[in-house]
Design a binder for this molecule. Sequence first.
Ligand SMILES: [Mg+2]
Length: 261
Amino acid sequence: MSIQQNMVMDSFFEHLKKASASVLFLDYDGTLAPFCIERDKAYPYPGVCALLEKILFSSRTHLVLISGRRPLDLISLLNLPTHPEIWGSHGWERCLPDGTCQIGKIDELCLKGLVEADAWIEEKGWISYIEQKPACMALHVRGMDKNKAVQILQEAKEKWLVLAKETGLQLLAFDGGLELRAPGRNKGTAVETVLSEVGPQTQVAYLGDDLTDEDAFKVIKKNGLAILVRSDFRNTSADIWLKPPEELLEFLARWADAVQA
Ligand SMILES: [Mg+2]
């Protein structure tokens, strides 16, 4: 981390120590957990859960997970003693700590588009590469033979671009695949909703790795710290770059200490 980034972090944690309220937004895959070909075995880096538990039990931080996955996936992978708030499916699903969950209402034409995309995937025999979610579907090619992955992504991109044009769906690339998603919600709108419910003095930070986290970075920057968590740097609007797992664990430990002080 550069001297300037260290200074920004030191100043942030000084404010966090004094703040009566804070929100820590965390993406999951690639941020808290290393990528894993078997997605149901993508467990957090060792040490992450213990630190999240500490933060979760502090009354001064509201912990919010924001992922492209469905919320239930994260609950089983994290195995925490109590649920944080979880936004799944890129802002289309919200599950509160008390267990209540809401799903956003999707436009009828987009829904038709997703049904058609699904039928096409089945026709291609690619159903095992698909992750079905409300308002979106993801095609995963991580771990596949490189040529096969390129061919599948290319073919899906061509088909889905046409579908997107016809129905208003959005096509997005992510680390290890391609996603077809209804517009109107994303990780940025999820952050906006949570921030609209907290006081103006609340200290906030968002940690994410992927391109879909950029929407959230742009929103959080107006109020707090946007942090890119990634082994290799890429172009980003985040303020800080942390390399996982060491710098991530250090950040979470500093957060836990600050809100317990
Ligand atoms: Mg991620």
